[in-house]
Write a protein that binds this ligand. Structure first.
Ligand code: G3I
Length: 459
C-alpha cells in the first residue's frame, strides 16, 4: 500500500491521476480559496463546473458569474451530434471551439458532451440503421474526438443508453439496434482519437443503488474486466425534492471498480429542501476520493432547461442562493483528493513486468502492431509504430486486407489504396521518431480485417 498525502491549501496543485494526460491542469489556489466555488473546489483537487450555452458568453452578467465561480465548462448543446455533424461528413465546430477558447482563456477545463446519444441525432442519422449507422457513428466519434484532441478533460462518450424502470437493461434506439457492442466500439474509437481524455459513460436516474444504476455498474465492471477503455461514470443528478440515502454509497461502488465518478448535470427542484440536497450531493462527492468534480446544468435559474423549477445556485438576477452557500460550505469542509506523492520511492521493489512492453522492439527499421475493434460489417484498426535503434525520418506500414474489406477513413497517416494491399505513410508531424519511440495511427473500414498483420518500413 503506497503512502498517501493529503493536499494542503495555498499551493499549486497538479492533480495527477485525476486529470487526463495532455490536459493536466494546474488548479491554483488563491486568495479566493474558501470564497468561490472554483477556488474552494480547486483547493480540494477538484473542479466545479457549469453547462454553458455559448450564445450567453456575450452577456456580461452571465459571464461574470461563470468566470468568477466555475473552473470547468461543458457545452449544453453545441458538442452534440446534431450540432457538430448536421449533414453526414460535414462537421461544424463553431460553438464548441468558442467554448474551448473561453475555457482556455479563463483557466477552465472542458467536459465534452456527448459523442453519442439517441437524442439530438441529426436527421440523417435518425434515418439510418445497421452497419451504415454503425460506421457513421464510429466515424462521428473519431472525427469529433480528433478535432478536440488534447482539449477535453473528459468526454461523455455515450449518454443515456440504459432504460428507465426495473429492467436494468439497455434502452431501445437505432444505436442499440446496431448491436449490443456499440458502446464499447464507441469507447475504443474515442480512445484512439484522443488518448488523453478521460472517457465517461453518463446517465440520469442513477442517483442511488437501483436497477438502472446496477445495469450500468455491471457494464462498467464487464468493460474493466475485458480492457474496454472506460475511465469515468457521470451521474447527471437532475434531482427532485429528496435525495436517495445511498447516493454516496452508489458513487463509491462505481469508484471501487476503478473508475472516476463525476456529478455531471446537477440541478435540484426548488423548495425548502433545495439547499440541503445541494449540500448533501456535494458532501457525497467530497467523501468519495475518486469523485473528481461537480457540474451544475446551467448558471442562473433562468438559464436552466427546468424553467420554473428554479433549480440552480444563482437566481435570475445573479444573486447567490441558499443552495450556493450549502455547496460552498460543503466544498470547504470536505477532504482533499488524496494523492500519491510523486517523489516517494515505492515501498516494495516492483516485481511485476511492465504492463505494456513494446510488442517487437526492433533493432533497425521499425515495427508495427495492430489492435482491432470489430463489429459485423466494420472495424476500427489502431496501429502502433515503434522505431528501431536508428530512429526514423519516415515510415510506411502495409496491410493486406481480406477480400471484401475496404478502408473508408484514416487518421494520423495517409493511405494509398483502400482494398487489397493498402499502405499507410506517416504524416508530417509523426514521421520523425527517436530510437524506440512509438506513434499511433488508425483507420476505419467496412467488411472484416480479422487476422491482418502489418509490415513496417522505415526511411
Ligand atoms: O437552437 C434551436 C433553435 O434554433 C430552434 O428555433 C428551437 C426550436 O425548438 O430549438 C433550438 O434548439 C433547442 C436547444 O435546446 C437549444 O436551445 C432544442 O429544440 C432543444 O431540444 C434543446 O434542449 C436541450 C436538450 O438537452 C435536448 O434534448 C437542452 O437545452 C439541454 O439542457 C438538454 O440537456 C440534456 C443533456 O444534454 C443530457 N441530459 C439531460 C439534459 C436535460 O434534458
Amino acid at each position: 500500500m503506497k503512502h498517501r498525502r493529503v493536499l494542503r491549501a495555498a499551493v499549486t496543485v497538479a492533480v495527477t491521476g485525476a486529470l487526463a494526460a495532455g490536459m493536466t491542469m494546474a488548479l491554483t489556489t488563491s486568495a479566493n480559496a474558501g470564497t468561490t466555488l472554483r477556488a474552494s473546489a480547486a483547493e480540494k483537487g477538484r473542479y466545479f463546473g457549469a453547462a454553458v450555452a455559448t450564445g450567453k458568453l456575450s452577456t456580461g452578467a452571465y459571464t461574470t458569474i461563470l468566470n468568477r465561480e466555475f473552473n470547468s465548462v461543458v457545452a449544453e448543446n453545441e458538442m452534440k451530434w446534431d450540432a457538430t455533424e448536421p449533414q453526414q461528413g460535414r462537421f461544424s465546430y463553431t460553438g464548441g471551439d468558442r467554448l474551448v477558447s473561453h475555457a482556455q482563456a479563463n483557466g477552465m477545463s472542458v467536459r465534452g458532451h456527448a459523442l453519442l446519444w439517441y437524442q439530438q441525432e441529426p436527421g440523417w442519422a435518425q434515418n439510418m440503421s445497421g452497419s451504415a449507422l454503425r460506421s457513421a457513428m464510429i466515424n462521428h466519434v473519431t472525427q469529433v474526438a480528433t478535432h478536440f484532441r488534447g482539449k477535453i478533460y473528459a468526454w461523455d462518450v455515450v449518454n443515456e443508453a440504459f432504460a428507465d424502470g426495473g429492467s436494468g437493461g439497455r434502452r431501445d434506439s437505432n444505436l442499440q439496434r446496431t448491436g449490443n457492442d456499440w458502446i464499447e466500439a464507441a469507447f475504443r474509437a474515442a480512445r484512439v482519437a484522443d488518448p488523453g481524455a478521460k472517457l465517461c459513460y453518463n446517465d440520469y436516474n442513477t442517483d442511488g443503488i437501483n436497477a438502472k444504476s446496477t445495469g450500468i455498474y455491471n457494464m462498467v465492471r464487464d468493460f474493466k474486466s475485458r480492457g474496454v477503455p472506460i475511465d469515468c461514470v457521470g451521474f447527471q443528478s437532475h434531482l427532485g425534492t429528496s435525495l436517495a440515502s445511498d447516493y454516496q454509497a452508489n458513487l463509491q461502488r462505481f469508484a471501487d471498480l476503478g473508475v472516476d465518478v463525476q456529478i455531471t448535470e446537477l440541478d435540484v427542484m426548488t423548495g425548502g429542501n433545495q439547499a440541503n440536497i445541494y449540500g448533501a450531493v456535494t458532501r457525497a462527492c467530497m467523501n468519495v476520493s475518486r469523485c473528481t468534480g461537480i457540474t451544475t446544468w446551467g448558471v442562473r435559474d433562468c438559464d436552466s432547461w427546468r424553467g420554473s423549477d428554479n433549480a440552480l445556485l444563482f437566481d435570475c438576477n445573479g444573486n447567490k442562493k441558499a443552495a450556493y452557500t450549502a455547496v460552498l460550505n460543503a466544498l470547504n469542509a470536505g477532504p482533499a483528493i488524496p494523492t500519491d506523492p510523486p517523489t516517494d520511492p515505492p515501498t516494495d521493489p516492483p516485481t511485476d513486468p511492465p504492463t505494456d512492453p513494446p510488442t517487437d522492439p526492433p533493432t533497425v527499421g521499425c515495427a508495427a502492431s495492430v489492435s482491432l475493434n470489430s463489429w459485423t460489417g466494420g472495424f476500427v484498426a489502431s496501429v502502433k509504430v515503434t522505431a528501431g535503434s536508428a530512429g526514423t525520418s519516415g515510415w510506411n506500414v502495409g496491410f493486406t486486407l481480406p477480400s471484401g474489406a475496404s478502408v473508408t477513413n484514416t487518421w494520423s497517416a495517409t493511405a494509398s489504396g483502400s482494398t487489397g494491399t493498402v499502405r499507410f505513410a506517416n504524416v508530417n508531424y509523426n514521421g520523425r521518431l527517436g530510437a524506440g519511440q512509438v506513434t499511433e495511427f488508425g483507420f476505419q473500414g467496412t467488411g472484416s480485417a480479422s487476422g491482418v498483420t502489418p509490415t513496417c518500413t522505415a526511411s
